[in-house]
Design a protein around this ligand. Structure first.
Ligand code: F6R
Length: 267
């Protein structure tokens, strides 16, 4: 695992967007795993800007989202399909047929989960999986006690997650109770993982995810098993990390990050 500290949330989002843009330029057929949520909005905004100028090309890129609520139609403004169309797909030159989310309205949800896994496999697996983290340590909707080898399946949302997402739905009681999510095992199979966490609300869980023992109670700790996982945090989210100085030293000395170390602009 590699931890990159950035001064603020804008700089953290910029670094993640630059990383995705670099991978997409290197491989136009990139299979990109995507996440939704507040944290990702800044990243998608920057990718859209990068598409408009200097013309980052999404035409051959394929995407798979981590999750979708059960029961919501793609047109529902609260669905993750709607979120993706609004924040990214509708604003770049991606072919809608190349964008995949689980179908939360499938009649046979279990079959839909199997179909989703097969679709990922058919495209050769995910090259880069973008991840956020919930305050209970979930990645995707892998809530506490998700098996570390779990596959795409239906999960019940915890009360904490429902509270976290309540604002979008106008009350916790309106948040759907279940979602289809890639499993922890599915996520671990992607060739590269990039987790972005910002804000002091995430400081406690980030410290546990990065420096705590691996446990199914905190799904994000499973990323410690991943051979190529980069965690990007802003200073508030990094405030409880014991090894912050060491992580800064690695970032300042690791050749891979040479192009990313330019001082942040002040716009
Ligand atoms: C959503 C997802 C979730 C979020 C997490 C953080 O697709 O995978 O794991 O990344 O709940 O959400 P925000 O960014 O809203 O704090």
């Amino acid at each position: 695992m590699e931890v990159i500290l950035q001064p603020n949330s804008a700089a953290a989002a910029r670094l993640v967007a630059q990383l995705i843009a670099r991978e997409l330029r290197a491989n136009p057929h990139l299979v990109l795993g995507l996440a939704t949520g507040r944290t990702m909005e800044g990243v998608y905004q920057l990718l859209v800007a990068e598409h408009k100028n200097p013309g980052l090309d999404f035409s051959l890129c394929r995407t798979f989202n981590l999750d979708e609520y059960v029961g919501l139609s793609p047109d529902d403004e609260h669905s993750y399909r709607h979120y993706m169309n609004r924040h990214l797909f509708g604003q770049v030159n991606i072919d809608p047929r190349n964008t995949h989310l689980p179908n939360g309205q499938a009649l046979d949800l279990e079959a839909e989960c199997g179909r989703y896994e097969q679709a990922i496999a058919r495209f050769g697996g995910i090259d880069l999986q973008l991840l956020g983290i919930g305050r209970d340590g979930h990645i995707g909707f892998n809530e506490p006690l998700s098996a570390l080898r779990s596959r795409t399946r239906v999960k019940a949302l915890t009360p904490l997650t429902m509270t976290q997402n309540a604002a979008f739905f106008g009350g916790a009681d309106r948040v759907p109770r279940r979602a289809i999510t890639m499993g922890v095992g599915t996520i671990l199979e992607s060739r590269r993982c990039v987790l972005l966490a910002t804000g002091k609300d995430k400081a406690g869980i980030v410290a546990k995810a990065v420096e705590g023992p691996i446990t199914a109670m905190i799904s994000a700790t499973a990323l410690q098993l991943h051979p190529r996982c980069t965690v990007v945090v802003d200073e508030p989210a990094a405030s409880q990390l014991q090894g912050a100085d060491y992580y800064r030293w690695i970032f300042d000395n690791e050749p891979e990050w040479a192009g990313f170390r330019s001082p942040p602009d002040h716009h």
